[in-house]
Ligand binder design. Structure first.
Ligand code: HEM
Length: 230
């Protein structure tokens, strides 16, 4: 209406309205009901691009070839672990898997060495009993004062009834400790009357002799005084 008035005022003939195209609805062949959706099988797979049979793919070698099943890498071999019978050890050690227990576990363990066997302590001589005795106030030193002890003096105390031994420069009266020693009295007698530091350390470096024998301290080891003094 507005365009008609404008053209009438300007003295021009009215502009013809362009034809609106008619939308035709065409039913697929075989369908009787007009406007009803046709059922299509759902497929979410992404199509290859460029298409497998396209001219681009045939013309250039840059686009990787799609491998067929026969051209693919073969699957890995079945691991030997999967083929074993549970509980049955492998026949030869070479064929055994690294995940299996070593064949040596079927052998008997070696007998413990006699050298490090502990002895059975008499009742009332446990490490706890020793700790109680040494802190009870009982005199385990046998001396009134701490002394400077040369090796010659140390050597005089080498009987079971009167045994002194030096460990790390300190001299202890080990007499009372004999029945409490987990390694036995015989082993302990080997250091009576001498410096036992090396033997002690090579046997059980983790044992704290200073703490265990603090109530038995009698003095300090000194070098032998020289006899050729004027
Ligand atoms: C007076 C100094 C010593 C003290 C306080 C002492 C203390 C001990 C203690 C606490 C243990 C038990 C260790 C554990 O259970 O781990 C032990 C074991 C033993 N000790 Fe001694 N020891 C002394 C000297 C010696 C010496 C001089 C020898 C050897 C000549 C010796 C030989 C052994 C042996 C063979 C055992 C048993 C095996 C072991 O436990 O490894 N000990 N001793």
């Amino acid at each position: 209406m507005t365009s008609y008035l404008r053209s009438w005022l300007a003295g021009k003939p009215p502009v013809a309205t362009p034809d609106i195209p008619t939308v035709l609805k065409i039913s697929p062949p075989g369908s009787d009901d007009e406007g009803e959706d046709t059922e299509i099988e759902q497929d979410d797979s992404v199509p290859a691009f460029p298409a497998l049979n396209s001219a681009q793919r045939a013309a250039t070698s840059k686009i990787p070839r799609i491998l067929s099943d026969s051209a693919l890498m073969p699957p890995p071999p079945v691991p030997s672990l999967a083929r074993r019978t549970p509980g049955v050890p492998p026949k030869s050690p070479k064929s055994s898997s690294s995940l299996l227990a070593p064949a040596s576990t079927t052998q008997r363990p070696p007998k413990p060495s006699k050298k490090r066997d502990k002895v059975a302590l008499a009742p009332g001589h446990s490490p706890l009993d020793w700790a109680a005795l040494k802190s009870s106030g009982t005199d385990l030193r046998g001396v009134d004062t701490l002394m400077r002890i040369p090796p010659s003096v140390l050597k005089q105390h080498r009987s079971k009834a009167d045994a002194w031994s030096a460990f790390n420069g300190k001299v202890y009266n080990i007499t009372a400790y004999f029945p409490f020693h987990p390694g036995g009295e015989r082993e302990l007698m080997r250091v009576a009357g001498r410096d036992g530091t090396d033997l002690f350390t090579s046997t059980h470096a983790w044992v704290n002799a200073d703490f265990m024998l603090d109530s038995c301290l009698v003095g300090f080891l000194i070098p032998e005084p020289s006899t050729d003094s004027p």
